[in-house]
Write a protein that binds this ligand. Structure first.
Ligand SMILES: Nc1nc2c(ncn2[C@@H]2O[C@H](COP(=O)(O)OP(=O)(O)O)[C@@H](O)[C@H]2O)c(=O)[nH]1
Ligand SMILES: [Mg+2]
Length: 462
C-alpha cells in the first residue's frame, strides 16, 4: 500500500512537471501540437505484438482469467483492441466484457491518450476498439491486443500503415511484449523495425520483453533448443548486437490440456519451464513501475530536446542582436561620414554662396539623418531578411554538436527551430527565452536527478 501510494505520488509529480513546465514551451515553440502529457496521462499500458497465431490473444485471455479475445489458428482478429478495467462493474460478478466502444469514440474522447492516432485514417479507425473488462488483472494497467503480422499482407491491403501504428502505440506503451512461436521464429523484422525506429534507443531494452510462446509444440527438448537458437540468431541479426536479450519461454497450459494430440510429444522438459508463465505474468504486472521509468525518460528526453531548442534560439537571437548593433553602428558611421563630407564639401567649394556656413553644415546634418533613417528602415528590413536567410540555410552552426546525444536531439528539433525562426523572423524576446531556458535546465538537471533517486528509493521499498 505504501509502495502504491509512493508510486502514485511520484507519477503525479512527473505528470505535473510535464504539464506545467514542458507543455507550455512545447506548444508555444511548435515543438508539439498537442499537450505533451496527452500520451502519458492515462493508465500504464502493455502492448502485445507478434506474428498471427503466436498466441497473443490466448495469453491475454489467460492473464484476464476469461475468454475475452477471439482466438484461432487462422488470422481471425484483425483489430487493435484496448482492454481496460471497468471500475463500475460489481467485483463479485464473473469476468466478462462490460462495455465495448468503437475507434471513433476512442480517438475523440480526451480521456484516452490516442488522439495522435487519428492521422492513420478511416480504415484504421474501423480496426480500433475498446473493451472494458472487470478482471482484477487490469486494476493497474491496460492491455493492447494487436492483429498479427502477416508477411503476405501489404500496407495497401490493410488500408493503413501498420508499422507506423505499431510505432505510435509503442511510444505510448510502458511495456511491449513481442511474441514468437516455434513455427515462425524468424519473421520478426517488421515488428523490430517499427520498435527500433520509434522507441528511444536507451529505453528499448528496458521496455521490450521477448517471448517464445507455444513451446509445447516443440517435439523434444532438442527441438526447443534448436528453435531457441534460431530465434536468438535472428534477433542478433536484426538488433545488430552480439548479446542475446532475455527470452521468456512459455506456453498455454489451458490449450494443451484441451487438445489431446499434443500428448504425443515427449514434453517432460516442459515441467522445468512451468514457472515461466507466472514469471511473465509478474513482469507484466510490473507495468506501473515501468510507467514511472517511462515518465522519467519522457521528462528527460523532452526536457533535453526543448532545452536544446531554446539554446539554439538563444544563440540565433544573440547573433541577431550582434548583427543589429554592428548594423546600427555602421549606419551611424556612414551617415556621419556622408553628412559631414557634404557639409564640409559645400563650405570648402563655396557652392551656394548666399547660404551661410552654419546652414550649409546643418544641411549636411539633415542629409546624415535622412541617410540614417533610410538605413534603419528600408535597408534594415532588406539586410535582416538576408541575415535570416543565411542563418536558416546554415542552421547547424547555431549549436555545437559535439557528441551523438547532441546530434540526436538536434535531429529531433532542427526543423522546429527552422520553422520558429522563419515564422518570427527573430522577433522574440531574448530575456524571456533565457528565463524559460533556465526553467527547462533545472527540470533536466535537478528534476531528473531527483526522479532517479526516487525510483531507486522505490526499488528498496518492498
Ligand atoms: N499448443 C499451443 N497452442 C496455442 C498456444 N497458445 C495459443 N495456441 C493456439 O494457437 C492459435 C492461435 O492463438 P491466438 O491466441 O488466436 O493467436 P494470435 O493470433 O496471436 O492472437 C489458437 O488456436 C490457440 O488455441 C500454446 O501455448 N500452445
Ligand atoms: Mg489475436
Amino acid at each position: 500500500m505504501y509502495r502504491e501510494n509512493f508510486m502514485n505520488s511520484l507519477r503525479e509529480e512527473l505528470l505535473s512537471i510535464v504539464k506545467d513546465k514542458l507543455t507550455p514551451l512545447a506548444l508555444s515553440y511548435g515543438y508539439s501540437e498537442v499537450p505533451l502529457e496527452t500520451n502519458i496521462k492515462w493508465r500504464p499500458q502493455v502492448l502485445v505484438l507478434g506474428n498471427y497465431s503466436s498466441g497473443k490473444s490466448t495469453l491475454i485471455n489467460e492473464f484476464l482469467g476469461a475468454d475475452i479475445q477471439d482466438t484461432g489458428q487462422a488470422p481471425t482478429d484483425d483489430s487493435f483492441t484496448i482492454i481496460t478495467y471497468d471500475e463500475s462493474a460489481p467485483a463479485n460478478s464473473s469476468i466478462h466484457v462490460t462495455e465495448e466502444r468503437d475507434g471513433k469514440f476512442l480517438l475523440n474522447d480526451p480521456e484516452y491518450p490516442f488522439e495522435t492516432l487519428k492521422k492513420h485514417g478511416q480504415r484504421f479507425t474501423s480496426h480500433f476498439r475498446l473493451k472494458k473488462v472487470n478482471s482484477p488483472f487490469l486494476k493497474n494497467l491496460s492491455i493492447i491486443d494487436t492483429p498479427g503480422m502477416v508477411d503476405s499482407i501489404t500496407e495497401r491491403d490493410r488500408g493503413y500503415n501498420y508499422q507506423e501504428v505499431i510505432g505510435d502505440l509503442a511510444q505510448i506503451a510502458d511495456l511491449v511484449l513481442v511474441l514468437f512461436d516455434p513455427h515462425k521464429a524468424g519473421t520478426i523484422r517488421e515488428a523490430h523495425i517499427s520498435l527500433r525506429d520509434t522507441l528511444p534507443s536507451r529505453t528499448f531494452e528496458d521496455r521490450v520483453l521477448f517471448v517464445l510462446n507455444r513451446i509445447d509444440e516443440c517435439d523434444s527438448l532438442i527441438d526447443l533448443l534448436r528453435v531457441y537458437g534460431t530465434l536468438c540468431w535472428n534477433l542478433s541479426q536484426i538488433t545488430g548486437r552480439k548479446d542475446i536479450p532475455m527470452i521468456h519461454l512459455t506456453y498455454s497450459s489451458n490449450v494443451i490440456t484441451n487438445s489431446s494430440n499434443k500428448f504425443d510429444h515427449n514434453r517432460s522438459h516442459l515441467s522445468y519451464l512451468e514457472n515461466q508463465r507466472d514469471e511473465l505474468k509478474k513482469a507484466v504486472l510490473q507495468a506501473p513501475r515501468y510507467r514511472l521509468d517511462h515518465l522519467a525518460t519522457f521528462v528527460e528526453t523532452h526536457g533535453e530536446r526543448i532545452s536544446h531548442l531554446l539554446e539554439a534560439l538563444i544563440s540565433y537571437r544573440k547573433q541577431l542582436r550582434l548583427f543589429r548593433i554592428k548594423y546600427t553602428l555602421t549606419g551611424i558611421f556612414i551617415s556621419l561620414i556622408i553628412g559631414n563630407a557634404v557639409g564640409f564639401g559645400m563650405i570648402i567649394t563655396d557652392k551656394l554662396p548666399n547660404i551661410d556656413q552654419y546652414a550649409r553644415f546643418g544641411g549636411g546634418g539633415i542629409l546624415a539623418l535622412v541617410i540614417l533613417f533610410l538605413w534603419m528602415t528600408v535597408i534594415k528590413k532588406y539586410s535582416t531578411a538576408i541575415f535570416n536567410r543565411k542563418r536558416l540555410s546554415d542552421l547547424d552552426k547555431l549549436t555545437p554538436l559535439e557528441n551523438q546525444t547532441r546530434r540526436d536531439s538536434w535531429q529531433a528539433i532542427r526543423n522546429v527551430a527552422y520553422e520558429y525562426i522563419k515564422k518570427t523572423s527573430g522577433k522574440f524576446s531574448l530575456k524571456k527565452i533565457r528565463r524559460e531556458y533556465q526553467v527547462v535546465c533545472s527540470v533536466c538537471e535537478r528534476g531528473s536527478k531527483e526522479i532517479r533517486e526516487a525510483l531507486n528509493e522505490l526499488s528498496n521499498i518492498r
